[in-house]
Write a protein that binds this ligand. Structure first.
Ligand code: TXA
Ligand code: MG
Length: 329
């Protein structure tokens, strides 16, 4: 199988030659994985429908799940959207560059394949230097750079584990600092409507718009991606209450299983310690690492202790429930 080329880039001051090579690949319709502050993205030139179709093929992604278009600057919004209202402007000013995706009315030039056939398009200005210089003047459509259904990648090695030989290039800018995807918000109305929980919290959204009125999409209106199976390692994920992880893991070990633990306290004898975490923010950064490490350790089950559902804890619990195959998956 043809192997994917890997080029190292400095995350803070990306090398011009590396970025120029990646942009040339995108311009000729190729696929480039690149670091963002959240997770690695798998990019194609957003206005090139054939290139975008290759993203879906490489990932094995359902065609009804739209992609996020990455821009270098909010000033480029007009290239892919229309009717940018006051709410969108407020949110862009408050959170860009950063881990917030705004769903807006799409400009007709955005191919339907990018939008999963919807009249809207998700856009964000990422808070990572590599992603921004890559996208300058060249809108980049990019889902997370994993095979569909798998945990999102937070290192170049994770990308290669899923997509080596299926994509042209990976820019290796080291681990992603946030570790969890952007929050997806429908910003067409008067109040933000959260379609996918993510790194920007509801509390932060409410503060930015000056009201506690942050809405939630109902199941039918939620982000199409949330309908599909997601974030699943090969092993079973077992979600338990805080403080109950060690006992649950030990019980499963006694039944003969190979079990790992992600918890606030150390793993008991016989249980593989995958991560000791210090609350939701810490777990957010390392969650996908834990899910991939669990598979690398050949576990039958990974027991994970829940975190409180406030702040970024909401997004962490959303991902954990999906990883565990629970409601909404
Ligand atoms: O942090 C992130 O958002 C990362 C990095 C690479 O930017 N990207 C990412 O992309 O997580 P992906 O494709 O794995 O998830 C995008 C989510 C999906 O749930 C998708 O359904 C939703 O955004 N989405 C995209 N466009 C949409 C639209 N027009 N309407 C509703 N939901 C949309
Ligand atoms: Mg994804």
């Amino acid at each position: 199988m043809r192997r994917t080329r890997v080029v190292a880039v400095d995350a803070l001051a990306p090398d011009a030659a590396a970025v120029a090579e990646a942009r040339a690949v995108l311009r000729r319709g190729g696929l480039v994985a690149f670091p963002t502050e959240t997770v690695y993205g798998l990019g194609a030139a957003a206005l090139d429908a054939a290139a975008v179709a290759r993203v879906f093929a490489a990932k094995g992604r359902p065609a009804d799940n739209p992609l996020i278009v990455h821009l270098a600057d909010a000033g480029e919004l007009g290239a892919v959207t229309r009717c940018v209202g006051p709410l969108a402007r407020t949110l862009a000013a408050a959170f860009w560059p950063g881990p917030l995706t705004l769903v807006l009315d799409a400009a007709p030039v955005v191919p339907p394949v990018v939008r999963g056939g919807l009249p809207t398009v998700g856009v964000r200005v990422p808070g990572h230097a590599v992603a921004r210089v890559l996208a300058g003047g060249l809108a980049v459509a990019a889902p997370s750079a994993n095979r569909s259904g798998r945990p999102s990648p937070t290192t170049a090695a994770d990308v290669l584990a899923d997509l080596d030989g299926r994509i042209d290039l990976v820019l290796d800018g080291g681990p992603c600092p946030v570790g969890l995807e952007s929050t997806v918000v429908d910003a067409r109305g008067a109040v933000p409507l959260v379609l996918r929980e993510g790194a920007v919290t509801r509390e932060q959204l409410a503060a930015a718009v000056g009201a506690p009125a942050v809405g939630t999409a109902d199941a039918a209106g939620a982000s199409p991606g949330t309908r599909h199976a997601h974030y699943r390692p090969a092993c079973a994920v077992v979600l338990v209450a805080a403080g109950e992880g060690a006992a649950e893991a030990a019980r499963r070990v006694a039944d003969g299983a190979r079990v790992g633990l992600v918890a606030g306290a150390a793993a008991p004898p016989g249980v593989v310690g995958i991560a000791l975490h210090h609350g939701a923010e810490d777990l957010a950064r390392r969650l996908y690492r834990c899910l991939r490490d669990a598979d690398a350790a050949g576990l039958d089950a990974l027991v994970v202790e829940a975190v409180p559902e406030v702040g970024i804890g909401r997004a962490v619990m959303d991902r954990l429930r999906r990883a565990a195959g629970g409601p909404g998956t």
